[in-house]
Design a protein around this ligand. Structure first.
Ligand code: KIV
Ligand code: ZN
Length: 391
């Protein structure tokens, strides 16, 4: 019976750091790695050691300070890459080498000018070479999303036989539809005879905005690891967002899956990564965006004030966000206005609110958002002593 734990493999420091402008130094990488460990991720992909001396140093230093999580280094299916990854990981308590090669015909022909048989041979050799340094080897079949399933199954079987303990099935170009990605994982589970000897991993990119949906489809089909990044950072349109997959799994208990992530740290770590990488989070980003718990239309505000569950499926404190916000705009209604006046200390009856609401709409039409100072100014005419006390 497969375990229902989903391993969270964070690649913020590798795929996430590939974003132009997000390059980090070793000190910054260590700060994020320690926060990721505290968050409860199972595997931290710390970098691509052969890519630069700076990345080699970062992987080495992260390996020294991480105590509980597995530390992973990326490599191509090239002996020197693998040796360099192994050297950078030499201090890691739990090291993992992540090696692999493109398996789609696009990659085999355009990138390698090679053949399927030759690529399969190189994949097996790479895994065998990596196993000389550690027994924790992950193989990635780059562009698996566009690799024909029958050939992909042969590659997966061969690399598991060669010693891969995790096999990554990347949708490198973010091309798959959720049902196609799920069917790909199901195909591998049903057609690779030794598949029970390894964990299948989802690594999805967001080019069509489907990275989270595809990863969830993958674990429903039987994959047991998700590769993701904080704030969904990553090449082009990004990778699967860690906070999204974790909360999908938490919210939908019918999936009977779980992670070890401490959800209340999601917003603090999102902010840390945004600050250190100097990459602000879009306001409408699920779970960690500034508007994720803001209500601005009258219908929503009225429902929310009667019972927050009418318009919120997650309590903000569950994910370490500030309390829900009622934002006053020209789309807000009387109940939100009355609520905000009450919060400020004013007590108005229904008739007062009707009058104030007309004034409020005038201000709101002229501004994007009505602030407390605007409300105090409006209310001062009716209850000057309260206005004076809070001004
Ligand atoms: O997207 C991808 O295929 C990758 C691999 C290097 C794992 O990032
Ligand atoms: Zn990737």
């Amino acid at each position: 019976m497969p375990s229902n734990k989903i391993y969270i493999f964070d690649t913020t420091l590798r795929d996430g750091e590939q974003v132009p402008g997000c390059k980090l130094n070793t000190k910054e990488k260590i700060e994020i790695a320690l926060a990721l460990e505290e968050l409860g991720v199972d595997i931290i992909e710390a970098g691509f050691p052969i890519s630069s001396p700076g990345d080699f140093e970062s992987v080495t230093e992260i390996s020294k300070v991480i105590k509980n999580a597995t530390v992973c280094g990326l490599s191509r299916a090239v002996e020197k890459d693998i040796e360099t990854a192994a050297a950078a990981l030499r201090y890691a308590k739990y090291p993992r080498i992540h090696t692999g090669i493109g398996t789609s015909d696009f990659h085999i022909k355009a990138k390698f000018n090679s053949t399927r048989e030759e690529i399969l041979k190189r994949a097996v050799q790479a895994v065998k070479w990596a196993r000389n340094f550690t027994d924790n080897v992950e193989f990635y079949a780059e562009d698996a999303g566009r690799t024909e399933n029958e050939y992909l199954a042969r590659v997966v079987e061969a690399v598991i036989a060669a010693g891969a303990t995790t096999v990554n099935i990347p949708d490198t170009t973010g091309y798959c539809l959720p049902h196609q990605y799920g069917e790909k994982i199901a195909y591998l589970i049903n057609n690779v005879p030794n598949v029970d000897k390894a964990v299948l991993s989802c690594h999805c990119h967001n080019d069509l905005g489907m990275a989270t949906a595809n990863s969830i489809s993958g674990v429903i089909a039987g994959a047991r690891q998700i590769e993701c990044t904080i704030n969904g950072l990553g090449e082009r349109a990004g990778n699967t967002s860690l906070e999204e997959v974790v909360m999908v799994i938490k919210q939908h208990q019918c999936l009977d899956l779980h992670t070890d992530i401490r959800a209340e740290q999601l917003n603090p770590i999102s902010q840390l990564v945004a600050d250190v990488m100097r990459m602000p989070v879009q306001p409408n980003k699920a779970i960690v965006g500034a508007n994720a718990f803001s209500h601005s239309s009258g219908i929503h505000q009225d429902g929310f004030l009667k019972d927050s569950q009418t318009y919120e499926i997650i309590r903000p404190e569950e994910v370490g966000a500030e309390t829900s916000k009622i934002v006053l705009t020209a789309r807000s209604g009387r109940s939100a206005l009355a609520y905000r006046f009450r919060k400020l200390g004013f007590e108005f009856n229904r008739n007062d609110i009707d009058v104030l609401y007309e004034q409020f709409l005038q201000v709101a039409d002229a501004k994007k958002e009505v602030q407390d100072t605007d409300l105090i100014e409006m209310a001062a005419k009716y209850q000057p002593e309260v206005a004076a006390a809070i001004s």
